[in-house]
Design a protein around this ligand. Structure first.
Ligand code: PLP
Length: 764
């Protein structure tokens, strides 16, 4: 691609599609035309890949948290510099596309993992296609009003979707007991790094079957049509904003079935064109189920195969070779269970198959511990484990907990099913794209192969004590902090000092992630400063980013609390020159890209045993940031790779948590620690204004009387470790830790995760 040819095509596209000249085009027009022009360069290769019949994986996921595709696609196509030059020659700011909003078709880690996995598979040349839902509205947009979370619809399509193609001809009909709908696929190219391969993300959109039934209009049934359209389109209208919780909502069940039915029909239709021997279906495709959300694919495949004439037993045998299951959490509230009555009401044929599966399990295992349906409730994780060839957890410690605890009984009878695949992140988006200066510096030292061979970062070890490299690292981190400070000024209206420590906790708001512990520690520091203690504490900016599920009362209360703390501290003349607190609004993938390369301490402070893996922790590590955290999820493996002594680890371990929980009295701990008590009392002593909602009192009560996640228990060791970390900041020891982390982040490339899946599970 030359600059000249690109500009020529760009102009043509703007002319054909919008009838505008490049000089007069608006951002939306520029974005869509540029996207289409880029697709023009890859469509031919993509078509080849689509029509190949080699064994592939279908990655089934209700969520794909994609973020922005324009820059990531240009990066993987190797055209960033060319496009930049071309645009600038026409006076167009390359960064102006940052105003195009993210495709946020996911909630958090699970959805982002799916996006990283697709990118990695394409980049290492493995045929893995994604299947999911094309939500009309993605994860809500968050703003703060009086410190409370406010939600607005995420109308992501208002910018257009130049990277997807509607495949009308490949629509299928999905039947529910009360009505049927059309599933229309939209295909997005997943472009591997250096164009290694191009895979497909197929997202299904629900529509009415006869959208334009003019006969009905003739009969004055227009209203009825509108109603049918609405019912059909409702299914993929909006992403459920719950992260790690299960809600037995009918529409959610419809979404799940819609997704899997469309996918299974699509795959079986295509398979029938090359073979009529369904016993070999697994040589054509196998499915990875991303959590329980797509587990109805199992009974749906059995249903479809029986309509093709197979017996239930034969169909089940095929399913057993075709599905694998990834578990993402041990939290009870996230394990999906559907009332059988609801399943019968919407999809009776699936209800029947679930009963047959329950009979099968009775017949084969005859043990009350193992069931799929019990008391008229279907247990999706049990179904998945029973049928799946392999079941995997997402970090070593998590898989161990699955084997020894959550699914102990299942592990006893199926030990060979359980495997670990530690999560990963794509180093293309999470270093090369978001931190280009650091990437360039790394390439200067160790060559340019690291983006697809991340283990080679370990070659940086020999430069860790090299003065020039350490200087370059410092300078780049500082430049990134300046860029973040600018961005925060623009988006939050708050000025922060790039010379202060950036202490960052960004992730969904969950009690188990313990943003509350962080908040209390900040208040502790505030009071200590007020009293004239902590004389040599360096200047710190505490940064939060987190969305709460709209119906999660306690999470929303914590957001309000943190915003009140920010308000208090930032407006305290005496203190605000020493510490500041910023809660950024609408934390998403694009914000994450800016935050993870500008961070000095990565807060990963969940109660041990609760965070299955975490992937945010890996993003920070890769960008050269030590973890301030607990021995939970992938933090354990991060410490193993980079050295525990090169991170700031505190708090109860999984074993200690179990022990402590035997007889835990948080009230006693709080009353026994006057400094902790003082910060906890601020929740009820009038320090803060919660606009008479009572939310702060609720936090107070849980802390005192429940404290499920051991905030009080871990408080002291957290404070101690955090202050030690701040004290060390800026020293040679500190930068040594930063570089140790960066140099040893190789394991956390999602390329490695995909290779693990290939070797242990998929065998493609
Ligand atoms: C990586 C990422 C997450 C996951 O963060 P954790 O700290 O692992 O929970 C969530 N949301 C966004 C936008 C991300 O980029």
């Amino acid at each position: 691609m030359t600059s000249n040819s690109l500009i020529k095509e760009f102009k043509q596209s703007l002319n054909y599609d919008y009838g505008v000249e490049i000089e007069n085009a608006n951002l939306k027009e520029l974005y869509n035309s540029l996207g289409k022009v880029l697709m023009g360069y890859v469509n031919k290769d993509w078509q080849k890949s689509i029509h190949s019949t080699s064994k592939r994986v279908g990655y089934l996921s209700a969520e794909f948290l994609i973020g922005r595709l324009l820059y990531a696609n240009m990066l993987n196509m190797g055209v960033i510099e060319d496009v930049k030059k071309a645009l600038e020659s026409k006076g167009i700011d390359f960064n102006s596309f940052e105003d195009v909003e993210d495709a946020a078709l996911g909630n958090g880690g699970l959805g982002r993992l799916a996006a990283c996995f697709l990118e990695s598979a394409a980049s290492i040349g493995k045929k893995v296609d994604g299947y999911g839902l094309r939500y009309r509205f993605g994860l809500f947009k968050q703003s703060f009003v009086d410190g409370f979370q406010n939600e607005e619809a995420d109308d992501w399509l208002k910018w257009g979707d130049p990277f997807s193609f509607r495949k009308e001809d490949e629509s299928v009909i999905v039947n529910f007991a009360d009505y049927s709908v059309r599933a229309v696929p939209y295909d997005t190219a997943v472009i591997g790094y250096n164009l290694k391969t191009i895979n497909t993300l197929r997202l299904w959109q629900s529509e009415a079957i006869n959208k334009f039934d003019f006969k009905a209009f003739d009969n004055m049934q227009g209203l009825k049509i509108a109603e049918n359209d609405y019912k059909a389109e409702e299914i993929t209208a909006v992403l459920y904003p719950n992260d790690n919780t299960y809600e037995g909502k009918k529409l959610r069940l419809r979404q799940q079935y819609f997704m899997v039915s469309a996918t299974i029909q699509d795959v079986v239709n295509k398979y029938k064109k090359i073979s009529n021997d369904f016993t070999k279906l697994n040589e054509y495709i196998i499915f990875q189920l991303n959590d329980t959300h797509p587990v109805l694919a199992i009974p749906e495949l059995i249903r479809v195969l029986t309509t093709e004439g197979l017996s239930f037993e034969d169909a089940l045998a095929i399913a057993k070779k075709t599905f694998n299951f990834t578990n993402h959490t041990i939290m009870g509230e996230a394990l999906e269970r559907w009332p059988l009555g609801m399943i019968y009401e919407l999809i009776p044929a699936i209800g029947e198959i679930l009963k047959m599966l329950e009979n099968d399990i009775r017949h084969n295992l005859n043990d009350h511990r193992f069931f799929i349906v019990r008391d008229d409730v279907a247990y999706m994780a049990n179904l998945a484990i029973y049928v799946a060839g392999k079941v995997n957890g997402v970090a070593r410690i998590h898989t161990e907990i699955l084997k020894n605890d959550t699914f102990k009984d299942w592990y006893e009878i199926y030990p060979e099913k359980f495997v670990n695949v530690t999560n990963g992140i794509t180093p293309r988006r999470w270093l090369l794209l978001n931190n280009p200066k650091m990437a360039k510096e790394i390439t200067k030292l160790i060559g340019d192969k690291w983006p697809t061979n991340l283990d080679s970062l370990v070659n940086l070890e020999s430069y860790i004590n090299n003065k020039e490299f350490v200087e370059a690292f410092k300078n780049i981190k500082h430049e990134n902090k300046l860029i973040l400070a600018d961005y925060i000024k623009k988006h939050e209206g708050i000025e922060i000092d790039a010379d202060s420590i950036f202490d960052i906790q960004i992730k969904r708001l969950h009690e188990y992630k313990r943003q509350l512990l962080n908040a209390l520690s900040i208040l502790y520091i505030y009071f200590e400063l007020k009293e004239g203690n902590l004389k040599d504490l360096p200047k710190v900016t505490f940064i939060f980013g987190a969305k709460s599920a709209p119906g999660y009362y306690m999470a929303k209360a914590i957001i309000k609390f943190i915003n009140e703390i920010a308000n208090l501290i930032n407006n305290d003349q005496e203190i605000s020159s020493r510490i500041k607190v910023v809660f950024v609004q609408n934390y998403n993938v694009s914000y994450a890209e800016k935050l993870v390369c500008a961070c000095d301490f990565s807060e990963q402070i969940s109660m041990a045993g609760m965070e299955a893996s975490g992937t945010g922790n890996m993003k920070f590590m890769l960008n050269g940031t030590p973890t301030l955290g607990t021995l939970d999820g992938a933090n354990v493996e991060i410490c193993e790779e980079a050295g525990k002594e090169n991170n700031y680890i505190f708090g109860a371990t999984v074993e200690e948590v179990k022990e402590v929980k035997n007889n835990y009295n948080s009230g006693a701990i709080i009353n026994g620690n006057l400094k902790l008590k003082r910060v906890v009392e601020t929740l009820v002593d009038g320090t803060f204004n919660d606009n008479n909602t009572g939310v702060l009192k609720s936090i107070y009560d849980t802390l005192y009387h429940n404290d499920t996640y051991l905030v009080a228990y871990d408080f002291a060791s957290y404070i101690e470790t955090k202050l030690k970390a701040f004290k060390e900041y800026g020293s040679n020891e500190y930068f040594y830790k930063c570089l140790k982390n960066m140099a040893n982040a190789g394991k956390f490339s999602s390329d490695r995760s995909i290779r693990d899946y290939v070797e242990e599970i998929w065998h493609i």
